[in-house]
Design a protein around this ligand. Structure first.
Ligand SMILES: [Zn+2]
Length: 412
């Protein structure tokens, strides 16, 4: 746009013969073009606003206070909800995540159906999607999603075409971090790191009200930092990744190992699953730990300690003021977070000579990703209702006009 300003002649071009020989139409055309470029500052911004499109150009402070739809696409379920500007969920729907073997189109259809269903009852001004996968720096393509068939999938453009509203795509951990910063445990923090402990570890970095995505959009994959050289094999192909020691999968793996070995410490959980070791789940371990089962308490302590070690590494690299711990495993609360705090204090580089970051549990629970995606979508939202209302008003005015003309003819 700047280029266009500079290139445009400062003076109106001299008329070929005299001012009078310029036809009226030509003159009007010149004036209107000229007028566009010499308008007051306020209207000069108009072209920029018109091209906002699906790119994020606003801050959360200037985004319109309109309801938007947030969609969280996880490994097992798709959650969609209408969320208002204060983070309140107005309505929520769920669907199964289509199987990995299905084509990308099937997932798209699921999303479109959910949005259309919600827009029957709500004004939807934009749609935000938090996807469990790598999203490129333009936030258009999902580069890779371990639970879905998406490979370099231009999700944003596809959906924007089908839904006719602006669409924003982001990584699910980024969306959850945004939600915690806006409405949850991270409010008021300008340097925040979010760690989500689910089956693996997801992460996000927020600085000064912006998600830090890195040059290629894939920053925050903390789960695959190596913490134990030559350690447990990770599905990513490496060994000893952090998420092999501090995640829901790690918790269940350790419990199953002890139960399968028929260790006396595992008698409690073996009894609980009636000998069916494969039935052991993460939430079950948390529940038994709360009831005082010594092995389950110990396993959560181990996970928590590894969590603290990784957090100390992250503090060395990023120096945030606050770590927010979310994801399913964080339901264990202090059984997990207290050991994490202890390990963090013991491992932190420069300990005793630097302020220590807080480690807190996330507040928004499993809806964080959905709420965050919806709130991020407000950054690209357009006020459809107002535009539609104007269109309706114009149509009504025209209808009244033709009606009055007709009655004039009738009475004549
Ligand atoms: Zn890994």
């Amino acid at each position: 746009m700047d280029g266009r300003f500079r290139d445009f002649p400062r003076k109106r071009p001299a008329p070929p013969h005299s001012a009078l020989s310029v036809s009226v139409r030509q003159n009007r055309a010149l004036m209107s073009t000229y007028g566009n470029f010499t308008a007051p500052i306020g209207s000069r911004r108009a072209p920029a606003l018109r091209t906002v499109g699906t790119r994020e150009r606003r801050s959360h402070l200037t985004a319109p206070r309109v309801p938007t739809v947030g969609i969280d696409i996880g490994g097992t379920k798709v959650m969609a909800g209408v969320v208002d500007a204060d983070g309140n969920i107005l309505e929520k729907l769920r669907a199964e995540t289509p199987d990995k073997s299905k084509s990308p189109k099937v997932v798209e259809d699921t999303i479109v159906e959910l949005v259309l269903d919600l827009s029957d009852r709500h004004d939807v001004h934009a749609v935000g999607i938090g996807a469990a996968g790598w999203v490129d720096a333009d936030r258009n393509r999902v580069l890779f999603a371990p639970h879905l068939s998406w490979r370099n999938e231009p999700l944003r453009d596809r959906l924007a075409g089908r839904l006719a509203v602006p669409v924003l795509v982001d990584n699910d951990a980024n969306a959850a971090a945004w939600a915690e910063w806006r409405f949850g445990a991270g409010r008021g923090e300008d340097h925040l790191v979010m760690i989500t402990l689910g089956t693996g570890i997801g992460g996000a970095i927020l600085e000064d009200g912006q998600v830090k995505r890195g040059k290629y959009g894939v920053a925050g994959e903390f789960g695959h930092m190596q913490v134990v050289p030559g350690g447990h094999r990770c599905p990513c192909g490496n060994r000893g990744c952090w998420e092999q020691y501090s995640s829901g999968n790690a918790l269940v793996r350790e419990a199953k190992e002890l139960a399968a070995a028929d260790s006396p410490v595992a008698y409690g959980i073996i009894e609980h699953v009636k000998g069916q070791v494969d039935d052991i789940t993460g939430p079950m371990i948390t529940e038994l730990a709360r009831e005082g089962d010594a092995m389950c308490v110990e396993l959560l302590q181990d996970i928590g300690q590894w969590l603290g070690v990784g957090i100390a590494n992250l503090a060395a690299a990023l120096d945030p003021s606050c770590f927010v711990i979310g994801g399913g495993v964080s339901a264990a609360d202090d059984l997990l977070i207290a050991p994490a705090r202890d390990a963090f204090k013991r491992q932190l580089t420069g300990r005793g000579y630097r302020p220590e970051a807080r480690i807190v549990r996330a507040q928004l629970g499993p809806e964080a990703g959905m709420v965050g995606a919806a709130d991020l979508a407000r950054l690209v939202a357009r006020r459809f209702r107002r535009a539609n209302r104007r269109r309706v008003e114009r149509h009504e005015r025209y209808a009244r006009y033709t009606e009055s003309r007709r009655s004039q003819w009738d009475s004549a």
